[in-house]
Design a protein around this ligand. Structure first.
Ligand code: HEM
Length: 220
């Protein structure tokens, strides 16, 4: 077992290491079209349905791993909110049980089912971290989808007023756990892998909702 002293805490390491992946996800053209309301509720609901399946699989895997001390130190009951997705899906007339995984989601769910606890925590870092931007996406969608009360948008901001506090608590707990180099490597590799999943998913959703050539910028 090798344990070196890293220059950054684990939370900052994860943030720094995934910065480029975050930019790629944030700027993905599918995400952009959803946020601008160009796909109406259909594109947003399709994305949410896939996040729902990934969330459910992650929570089930974390529950199975709950005896692991690192999982016990980081995961709180409020990190589990499949019912929030279910209510949002039903708002758009979608039966949650009818949502089928796209290939990217099938792959990440299979990985979750086989993952060690640190890998699960790396996935959780990205999924939970995304609630930071989710707040802003939700505000944009209130306007774009004409949902002034946030109807059907709750899964973007599942923690509401407690979001900052809970995210800081998660980051603080990450910094408290003692890991050797291999453990840090498992966690950071999993965060990269989850961002890769999100990009793959956006690529697949983009094919399912192809850009309308009439809305594309002119190239000449
Ligand atoms: C339009 C899309 C998005 C916007 C506008 C956005 C915006 C943001 C903002 C403002 C933060 C807070 C930064 C800070 O306080 O330091 C953040 C953090 C984060 N976002 Fe996003 N985001 C978007 C998409 C995503 C996606 C798709 C994912 C992955 C599923 C994601 C994962 C994360 C993570 C992991 C963090 C935490 C970074 C850290 O503090 O360690 N974001 N995002």
């Amino acid at each position: 077992m090798t344990t070196s002293t890293p220059a950054l805490g684990l939370a900052d390491t994860l943030k720094t290491q995934t910065q480029n992946a975050h930019t790629a996800a944030e700027r993905h053209e599918f995400q952009g079209r959803v946020m601008r309301g160009m796909l109406g509720t259909a594109g947003y609901a399709a994305q949410m349905g896939q996040y729902y399946l990934a969330h459910k699989a992650l929570i089930e895997a974390l529950t199975k791993a709950s005896a692991n001390p690192h999982v016990a130190a980081l995961i709180r009951p409020y990190h589990s909110y499949p019912q929030v997705f279910e209510a949002d899906l039903k708002h758009f007339g979608i039966d949650p049980a009818s949502v089928r995984p796209l290939p990217a989601t099938q792959r990440i769910v299979a990985e979750m089912n086989a993952a060690d606890p640190l890998t699960l925590l790396g996935f959780t870092y990205v999924a939970e971290g995304s609630t930071n931007g989710g707040k802003y996406i939700g505000q944009a969608l209130r306007r774009a989808l004409n949902a002034p009360g946030g109807e059907g948008l709750s899964s973007l901001d599942p923690h509401g007023e407690a979001q900052r506090e809970r995210w800081h608590a998660f980051r603080g707990s990450l910094d408290q756990i003692a890991l050797d180099d291999a453990g840090r490597q498992s966690l950071t590799a999993a965060a990269d892998r989850y961002f890769a999943y999100v990009i793959e998913l956006f690529d697949e959703l983009s094919k399912a909702f192809p850009p309308n050539p009439a809305n594309m910028p002119l190239t000449h």
